[in-house]
Design a protein around this ligand. Structure first.
Ligand SMILES: Cc1cc2nc3c(=O)[nH]c(=O)nc-3n(C[C@H](O)[C@H](O)[C@H](O)COP(=O)(O)O)c2cc1C
Length: 336
């Protein structure tokens, strides 16, 4: 009988499948169903800077509305403060109380003060961990990469000092040298890295000559970037590695664990195939472990990571790529 237990952010999980942050994870009924389908943990929908600022704006409007009437309105209605965010915090607390699996909160903000204040508030809801979503998309021509990285590391350092629960970082792959950045984040005590974020990119409708908002779900096979980095990071950092983006099947999960991930987050595959996909992924993983005679995840985790490879260690390097391109006729045949 094989055992699918694994560890993530220092938390023991029954299996490596986590339902990632998305619109489904703010719905308690769906969360309960996900638990019934055997998901190991859930990441509750993110709290966004825009939500917080909108609340503050509404609060300002409300306060000026009452300016002429009574300046003491503030003390009469103290609970008016950040009502929308309060609701988010309340709903997370409810989710945590209603589920027996770990619940991870997610924060996606911009200003340092907001990061610190809301990480603390989220940690007080009773959740098992917080995922910080560093959704940084370059926009400013004058900001240097090292300044962005230093700011982010500084924020994490302060959050770690102010909270006692595990913290994971969900990253974009678009850093000049993400390995160096992750190593520096690891040194300030991050408990896990989620690789990678997906970005909502704008698109253009050529007939209307207008921008359109486009959100693309990931596709089968999109897990390869996270596979490469989990293979490079395994045993080189203290934090756990959680693969995200393009994880669709049990076979994908097996590959990602072989490369060094402790667990995965799934979203698009659940949107496309429903929550039953969680059962399917687990079944595929178990069946493969039976065939291979593995009794636990730890027996094969990282077996194909960079550190464990010897003769074929060029697989993670440029040489492999050049070799592939130089010998491409072997792949496509002479007719190409
Ligand atoms: C409808 C939808 C809503 C999402 N909302 C969030 C969110 O609130 N916070 C977040 O960190 N990621 C969010 N994501 C991104 C997912 O958590 C995940 O990183 C992304 O979909 C890639 O994983 P996948 O390939 O399994 O879909 C959302 C994705 C979708 C499809």
């Amino acid at each position: 009988m094989n055992n699918l237990k694994t560890k993530y952010m220092g938390i023991e999980l029954d299996n490596p499948i986590i339902l990632g942050a998305c619109s489904m994870t703010k719905n308690l009924d769906i969360l309960k169903k996900a638990e019934e389908h055997g998901v190991a943990a859930v990441v509750y929908k993110s709290l966004f800077e825009e939500q917080i600022q909108l609340e503050r704006l509404r609060l300002d409007e409300k306060l000026t509305e009452f300016n002429d009437i009574n300046a003491e309105m503030l003390t009469i209605h103290p609970n008016i403060k950040y009502a929308g965010c309060d609701e988010h915090l309340l709903n997370i607390r409810k989710a945590k109380e209603s589920l027996s699996i770990p619940v991870i909160a997610s924060l996606n903000v911009i200003n340092e003060d907001t990061w610190i204040e809301y990480a603390k508030l989220l940690s007080e809801t009773g959740v098992d961990g917080i995922e910080l979503n560093f959704y940084h998309s370059p926009f400013d021509f004058n900001k240097e990469a090292k300044d962005i990285e230093e700011e982010q590391i500084n924020i994490v350092k302060k959050i770690k000092q102010n909270t006692s629960i595990p913290v994971s970082i969900k990253l974009s792959p678009d850093y000049s040298n993400i390995l160096n950045f992750i190593k520096n984040m690891d040194l300030v005590g991050v408990d896990a890295f989620v690789l990678f974020n997906s970005f909502f990119q704008p698109d253009i409708d050529i007939m209307k000559e207008k921008h359109v908002k486009a959100f693309n779900f990931s596709k089968k096979g999109d897990y390869k970037k996270t596979l490469r980095y989990s293979g490079l990071l395994f045993e080189n950092i203290h934090a756990d590695i959680c693969s995200s983006y393009g994880v669709f099947t049990g076979v994908d999960v097996i590959k990602l664990i072989l490369s060094g991930s402790s667990c995965v987050q799934v979203v698009s595959t659940v949107y496309k195939n429903s929550l039953t996909q969680i059962d399917t992924i687990k079944k595929e993983l178990k069946a493969w472990m039976d065939i291979k005679n593995y009794h636990s995840i730890d027996e094969f985790r990282g077996k194909l990571s960079n550190n464990k490879l010897t003769s074929d260690s060029l697989v993670y390097k440029r040489t492999q790529y050049v070799d592939l391109l130089m010998n491409s006729e072997n792949i496509f045949g002479d007719s190409q």
